[in-house]
Design a protein around this ligand. Sequence first.
Ligand code: NAD
Length: 244
Amino acid sequence: MSTPYMLLTGASRGIGHATVKLFLEKGWRILTVSRHPFSEECRWPAARESHIQADLEDVDGIEALAEVVRQKLPEGKLAALVNNAGISPKGPGGSRLGILDTDADTWRHILNVNLVSTALLARALSPELFAAKGAIVNVTSIVGSRVHPFAGVAYAASKAALASLTREMAHEFGPYGVRANAIAPGEISTDILSPGTDQLVEALVPMKRLGTTTEVAKTIYFLCSEESSYINGAEIHINGGQHV
Ligand code: NAD
């Protein structure tokens, strides 16, 4: 069997970097996309030539991005698409951006990066995903299903919509042998966390600790592997029980 290819958005650090490392260990070939040219924080032997710089806010540029990806797939097959890139802008002093604080540009920016680009990228790469009978994993969040003290309204709405998009993908791509699932992290130890998270974890997470990026990466890997061959349209919570 030929080596499977995975494309992951938002690879420069955090959950994305941990996922790249795990897939490499499992023998996959990786392609990455992020806003920045190449991240020294996410180093691995072929990182530089496997990286594509693209701003996912520019939704009119997604077709061109997909074309660059296509050129890098020797057999025209994409076994996994992991939509991990996401932004969660804050207000002054790290404050939460509620409805009253969020203008049209902020809505557009967040929805384009967290949601619209995901739909368009999957659409553009659908021939390659169908050819591989591949898997899609969308990274949603616990804030898609409940109000959170730090996450803003547009971020929360984008993640709820991404969960819905995941169901739509599962429905539409299932007949082609492509599975689509989501993972919804809670409080994971990365740069995206706000001050005050420690108290929140103590109060709301039954396991009384943050999750690690490796724990998230393992679930993403599971959803892209044969082990999950009949799981389609699911959203898996990775939050130590915070959702209960
Ligand atoms: P991070 O900020 O460390 O990484 C985000 C990645 O997205 C970076 O690689 C960045 O370059 C990329 N990115 C941002 N804007 C982009 C753009 N316009 N174009 C292309 N790439 C862009 O975040 P993380 O904590 O590793 O989060 C990864 C995913 O997990 C996100 O979707 C986030 O919403 C989600 N998530 C994280 C947590 C957490 O606790 N860290 C919790 C719930 C959900």
